[in-house]
Design a protein around this ligand. Sequence first.
Ligand SMILES: [Zn+2]
Length: 462
Amino acid sequence: MNRDCGTPETGDSDGCVSRRLLLDNLFMTLRNRIILPVLTALTICSTLAISEPRWPWRRRVNPNVETFHVTAHKKTPIELWPNEPPCPADVTPERFAAALKILCDTTTERANRYTAWVLQSAGQFDLDPFVLAALIYDQSNCRPVSYKRYQKRGLYSLTHFYPTMHLASVKKDSYRYYIKDDGGWREKTLPLTTPLNRWKAANPRDNVYLAAATLAVFREQFPMLQKEFKWSPYRHYVSNWIFGDWVKNPEPENRILTARRRLIEYFQATPPMPIGNYNGTPLFSPLDGIPRLVIDYFQNRRGNKSGFGHRGIDIDGAIGEPVRAVADGQVVFMGMDKPGGGEHEELSPEAASALTEAEIPQGGGLYVSINHGNDFGTIYMHLDSYCVTRYQKVKAGDIIGTLGQSGSKQSGPHLHLEFRQEEQRVNPAEYLNSVLVNPYKHLPRRIKRRKANETSSQTVTH
Ligand SMILES: [Zn+2]
């Protein structure tokens, strides 16, 4: 005969019956006090949401945003970024074009042409021309060549402008957008002298104009959008230009603002300056447009249980930007890692640039090694190209090559920088602190412990 708790009516198992009653009571209480009120509240909320939309426009979304190092960018609290430099006064076309030529690594003719478009469009909407030019550089590298490839995704010309995102906001010759004040959302219009459509967006000159117009709209809406569409914290309206109303992560704006800082440096013709020292040797920043973001830290084991881990630090960057020697010294190696590890192949700059992507094995890719004397050396990896040869003497701040992603296709463009003292690896972040934004400043306890052990063992051996 079945006498378990499933048959309480038999009555000869008092303990089970009272426990069952207790559970029933508990369920009733839960249902009446929590589940039903929550369901009711949800129904009321959804009804309200349907009857009165929070935003009186169709949400603007761009699904084509390219990102590489989202984790590091999201990990960096926006307070870690210092204020961006203000837009320089007296922006003369000649100096702006000269700076744009360096940033875009392009011809004088093209730099002059783009400068005219940028200054004219930025002036029309009272925009910062350095933001507009940095956007052009970040999106298309100032080369609107691969129309077909991008147009398939709805992106057009120099700024990779995405008309689809804006079409619902355009009526006749003006852009309709909303601003929030005490009385709720209020409609505003921005007259456009060039119609916003795909055909105009495909024309580089009109493309720059349309980018400036939409940047101006987002600049005005930015404080409200930031509050209403909470997702990821961000600093600049260019984020909205990239993503639309919802900003998913701050990586694109960090890239664009870095390009803007570089452009301002070139515009002001700021010479490379010492930013710290290594045991008395003056150090310069390896990259322009400081401060630069650290995206991976020294000794990170990246999931491996043992071993030294990451031998240097990774700094976020754009393909083709200049990489500079951090101190005076002599080039002792330039070449690439060979498959299997441990071996290296020396290559002239010409031979290195003739290599195809497939010919460079995964690992450090193309790299340059410099000896600075007193057993101090630095290594620059994943370069796109280099312009130095063996035994060449370099000065601190000299360009030695360009940043790339050779040997690290999956991890996106970045500079891997190593410091060595004799055969020991040293953490470069400790010496370049003043030019880095470093979300990994407070290293995990595991690494601190390892470092303490190493120091004590070094003390024993020395
Ligand atoms: Zn690295």
